[in-house]
Design a binder for this molecule. Sequence first.
Ligand SMILES: *[C@@H]1O[C@H](CO)[C@@H](O)[C@H](O)[C@H]1NC(C)=O
Ligand SMILES: *[C@@H]1O[C@H](CO)[C@@H](O)[C@H](O)[C@H]1NC(C)=O
Ligand SMILES: *[C@@H]1O[C@H](CO)[C@@H](O)[C@H](O)[C@H]1NC(C)=O
Ligand SMILES: *[C@@H]1O[C@H](CO)[C@@H](O)[C@H](O)[C@H]1NC(C)=O
Ligand SMILES: *[C@@H]1O[C@H](CO)[C@@H](O)[C@H](O)[C@H]1NC(C)=O
Length: 206
Amino acid sequence: MANGNRAQATQRPRRHFNLKSRVATCFLALIVLFGISLLIIWLVIGPKKFVYTLENGSVQNFNLTDNHLNATFDFVLRAYNPNGKVSVYYDYMESTMTYEDQTVAFNTIDPFFQPHRNVSRVETKLVALNLTLSPSTFKDLRIEKSSGEIEFDVYFKSRIRFKVGLWKSNHLTQRIVCSSVTAYLSWYKHFEKIPCEVKDYMAELF
Ligand SMILES: *[C@@H]1O[C@H](CO)[C@@H](O)[C@H](O)[C@H]1NC(C)=O
Ligand SMILES: *[C@@H]1O[C@H](CO)[C@@H](O)[C@H](O)[C@H]1NC(C)=O
Ligand SMILES: *[C@@H]1O[C@H](CO)[C@@H](O)[C@H](O)[C@H]1NC(C)=O
Ligand SMILES: *[C@@H]1O[C@H](CO)[C@@H](O)[C@H](O)[C@H]1NC(C)=O
Ligand SMILES: *[C@@H]1O[C@H](CO)[C@@H](O)[C@H](O)[C@H]1NC(C)=O
């Protein structure tokens, strides 16, 4: 009787302990996941943000006739990575130009690797070929054309990975927005560089 009681007494706390250790393991896993998320956020936000500037833009072969647009836009995006330890893989990048929320042109950019403390210039050529515009867009664009200045937005969307030493992060989706870009149709007016904003980073699990 006494033996049985003792056996029960020792068994009970052990079962209790198993449950505790399982909870502890789950807790630990959550903490590790949380830590990894924090690390990624730290890499993205701090210690130093990436800086993007639309440095150069020009328009060629601009022709706006009968609700249709032909034009070639050349842009240079300056990407500055000020970090001393973090380098970046741009595995995929696309650029989109919009005018009054209508997509005017789209292009993809060759993948590239940006080392730490580096300035890279990303060139993109955006071509609108016989693009059909909505009547109101056509009207507004025609007015801007006669003023010699066209204002639009340029977006870059990329899939990036960070590299710190030998460690590489998962893919993140990054959106860069360069809004209110002014292109001049007259040759004598120079493009004024504008700062671009990083809108969001979305982590991808795979
Ligand atoms: C911008 O483009 C013009 C003409 O294409 C060129 O002369 C100028 O050097 C460029 N500026 C920059 C900052 O790249
Ligand atoms: C614009 O395109 C129209 C239609 O293709 C053409 O008739 C016209 O000559 C072009 N204008 C210029 C300045 O290239
Ligand atoms: C745009 O280019 C195409 C092909 O070169 C031409 O057929 C069309 O008329 C052009 N449209 C305008 C508005 O210039
Ligand atoms: C930045 O990296 C690119 C690609 O490795 C290289 O071509 C370029 O010279 C570097 N620029 C600077 C300022 O280090
Ligand atoms: C350009 O668009 C107009 C109107 O939709 C069409 O009549 C013309 O054939 C197109 N030209 C080309 C080269 O696609």
